[in-house]
Ligand binder design. Structure first.
Ligand SMILES: Nc1nc2c(ncn2[C@@H]2O[C@H](COP(=O)(O)OP(=O)(O)OP(=O)(O)O)[C@@H](O)[C@H]2O)c(=O)[nH]1
Ligand SMILES: [Mg+2]
Ligand SMILES: [Zn+2]
Length: 349
């Protein structure tokens, strides 16, 4: 592809809004149909992005084609390996049809208020939890993502972006806040996509893996990807004063390749990563440092609050468990009751 000219902010906005219009249920595209003899043989492909009834599929030569999704194909997301067939001509911008999805080796899930449990991305082996100092760093948000990662048994790594905004004192403070995570063997990287500090260290961890960036809107996921692969040219944006959300916020997960091996998926920021598809026992297990104590409380139904003989509370007292992590665990449990929709996610009715 020819190198794109840099667009002005206004142009970027128009391109993005036109793109959104095109993507949101273009009737013409939806009705595209080939007869069976107009479709080529089945071939393997990789889902780069999913847009409602369509998806961008990459063929074995690295070329990308927008395709329809056959109803019988089942759900598919970024990172899925699929079987598709190309049409003998491009109809209204659609090049072929996806017929089936290969079995996944992993999936990152999150509950959706209307749709039950949704898959965010498939076949990844590392989750980078991106946080930053603007919006403010929050261990609560990090812990929610850690729980989600542990639940699907995909390795999480914590990234703190925008350290260029911190002075020495600020860095020290953040470093202290992150110490409990290092103590329980999570990798932590402090970096700046702006100054480039720490980006090489991140690059080393990403190489040859299939990675996803997750985290709140505005923490700099897309900016970081642009710093890692300038050819990606992802649109990034300032945080709007009124909504507090990014103005060029990413709306769909997108998979990108590293030149020297490995993939990286940019994902849209979410306000709060829900965990109400998990039960309290599972959430406790997802706090890795709790595991060795689980089952050791005096009462089987111990809520690990002020129950007598609570081994977890004792471990906090003995400084074997970080008290802020313990607090965050309780806050997650409280949030389960507040956020759960009446209809159980994934339930039959
Ligand atoms: N000072 C500073 N600003 C940064 C850095 N990285 C990103 N930003 C700014 O943070 C804002 C948001 O960046 P994005 O990359 O769009 O954030 P995002 O995480 O992709 O947001 P969503 O797509 O909404 O989820 C932009 O204004 C960036 O310029 C950094 O290292 N330092
Ligand atoms: Mg983004
Ligand atoms: Zn207990």
């Amino acid at each position: 592809m020819a190198k794109k000219k840099k667009l002005t902010k206004g142009q970027q906005r128009r391109v993005s809004s036109n793109r959104k219009k095109r993507l949101s249920g273009n009737k013409e595209q939806a009705q595209v149909q080939w007869q069976a003899d107009q479709l080529g043989a089945q071939e393997d492909g990789l889902i780069i992005s999913r847009y409602g009834q369509h998806a961008d599929v990459e063929d074995s030569n690295g070329e990308i084609f927008r395709c329809n999704i056959r109803r019988t194909a089942g759900s598919l997301v970024t990172g899925d390996k699929v079987v598709w067939r190309r049409g003998n001509e491009v109809l209204s911008g659609i090049s072929g049809v996806i017929e089936a999805v290969h079995e996944r080796v992993s999936e990152l899930t999150r509950p959706d208020f209307y749709d039950g449990v949704k898959v965010v991305a498939a076949n990844i082996n590392q989750i980078f939890i991106v946080s930053s100092v603007v919006p403010a760093f929050s261990t609560q948000i990090v812990d929610r993502y850690l729980v989600a990662s542990e639940d699907v048994e995909i390795k999480p790594i914590i990234v703190l972006n925008k350290i260029d905004l911190l002075d020495d004192e600020g860095r020290e403070l953040l470093d202290e806040m992150l110490e409990p995570y290092r103590d329980i063997d999570y990798q932590v990287i402090m970096l700046s996509s702006k100054s480039g500090e720490g980006v090489d260290e991140l690059n080393t961890l990403l190489k040859d893996n299939v990675n996803i960036f997750v985290g709140q809107s505005g923490v700099g996921k897309s900016s970081l990807i642009n710093a890692l692969m300038p050819e990606a040219e992802l649109i990034t944006g300032d945080i709007s004063d009124t909504s507090g959300l990014g103005m060029h916020t990413t709306t769909t997960a997108k998979l990108l390749h590293f030149k020297d091996g490995g993939d990286l998926i940019d994902s849209p920021g979410v306000r709060e990563f829900g965990l109400w598809h998990l039960d309290p026992e599972r959430i406790a297990w997802c706090f890795v440092e709790f595991r060795e104590f689980l089952g050791g409380c005096k009462f089987r139904d111990c809520k690990h609050l002020d129950d007598p003989g609570c081994i977890l509370a004792q471990a906090v007292e003995d400084e074997k468990i970080d008290s802020e992590r313990f607090d965050n665990y309780h806050r997650i449990l409280e949030s389960l009751d507040n956020n759960k929709p009446n209809r159980h996610p994934g339930g039959a009715n």
